[in-house]
Design a protein around this ligand. Structure first.
Ligand SMILES: NC(=O)C1=CN([C@@H]2O[C@H](COP(=O)(O)OP(=O)(O)OC[C@H]3O[C@@H](n4cnc5c(N)ncnc54)[C@H](OP(=O)(O)O)[C@@H]3O)[C@@H](O)[C@H]2O)C=CC1
Ligand SMILES: O=C(O)[C@@H]1CCC=N1
Length: 269
């Protein structure tokens, strides 16, 4: 019997905490989960929607959870750690999802031996299609804990273990990039509303196309360039569009987005 009342405890229940919680609930009973945040009204709403009981405080959440997920903004880390430091023990596992905060840095902030898993999930976790890059020192965790860590992240999508030196790149690849994809969906929809397609149809057609195209990459294993070529009939409509995208710098715009995102990761405090 575990000494902890809950298997997973979330501190912070905003966009990312809630997305992970909802995904997790597909595979985990509500009774094994808890959470804390600041706003009592919002917490009551989450409880009503999910059946997950909130803890009375961050301290209570930290004390009672085997796996403690820090789902607050990086700027809140020191406040939260200050509140929970005394009750966190090396028997627990801290899951940190903030960009730019290293495992070593987190250890220093706790000022005592803690075991940390550093991860970068994304909001599609809400619909079970998350993508999480995960980094941890394997030998610090038991076989059961490693299985639990995998089960946690897989409950709301795919996960891949990466070296910690690649975590900033993961932020660019999957943590932040859903925002870019939504911008592309919005812009592409605008571009066809211009030609008379009703807005609702435009979002549905474009979003389903993004979903289908992503599935093609994941399930055929073909190079994205090859899949693109299959759409481009010689002298056809698509190559005319592709040519315009090259002229206006789509590829370079995305590369520059990752440069800016990566650079920002190195400056998170
Ligand atoms: N949003 C995203 O796409 C992704 C975010 N992340 C990371 O996840 C973390 C959370 O981000 P996100 O969910 O977007 O942020 P939100 O602002 O949506 O949520 C933050 C949550 O933290 C709570 N909170 C703030 N201060 C405290 C405190 N002192 N004690 C307890 N709870 C507190 C807030 O509670 P209340 O509302 O009650 O004030 C809120 O529930 C960040 O580190 C972020 O970088 C990682 C990957 C993707
Ligand atoms: O924008 C941010 O800082 C967070 C981290 C990744 C996605 N959202």
């Amino acid at each position: 019997m575990s000494e902890f009342a809950y298997k997973y405890g979330f501190i912070g229940m905003g966009n990312m905490g809630f997305a992970m919680l909802k995904g997790l609930l597909q595979a985990t009973p509500a009774e094994s989960l808890t959470f804390s945040a600041r706003n009592r009204e919002k917490m009551a709403k989450v409880e009503a929607e999910t059946g997950v009981h909130p803890a009375s405080s961050n301290l209570e959440c930290a004390k009672s959870s085997k796996y403690l997920i820090l789902a607050v903004k990086p700027q809140q880390y020191d406040t939260v750690i200050g509140e929970i430091r005394e009750v966190v023990s090396a028997d627990q596992v801290i899951l940190s999802i903030a960009p730019g905060i290293t495992i070593e840095d987190l250890g220093k902030r706790f000022g005592k031996p803690v075991r940390v898993v550093r991860a970068m999930p994304n909001t599609p976790a809400l619909v079970g299609e998350g993508m999480t890059g995960v980094s941890f020192e394997e030998d610090q965790f038991s076989e059961k804990e490693r299985a639990d860590i995998r089960e946690f992240f897989c409950s709301f999508g795919r996960m891949e273990i990466v070296g910690e030196n690649l975590m900033n790149a993961v932020v660019c690849a999957s943590g932040s990039s859903p925002a870019y994809i939504y911008m592309i969906i919005e812009a592409l929809a605008d571009s066809v509303v211009k030609y008379g397609l009703p807005r609702a149809s435009a979002y549905q057609m474009v979003a389903q196309t993004v979903l289908g195209s992503a599935k093609m990459v994941l399930e055929t294993g073909k190079h994205p360039g090859e899949l693109k070529d299959q759409v481009c009939s010689p002298g056809g409509t698509t190559i005319a569009g592709v040519s315009a995208l090259e002229e206006y710098g789509l590829r370079n715009a995305l590369i520059k987005a990752s440069d800016a995102c990566y650079e920002k990761c190195t400056r998170v405090k």
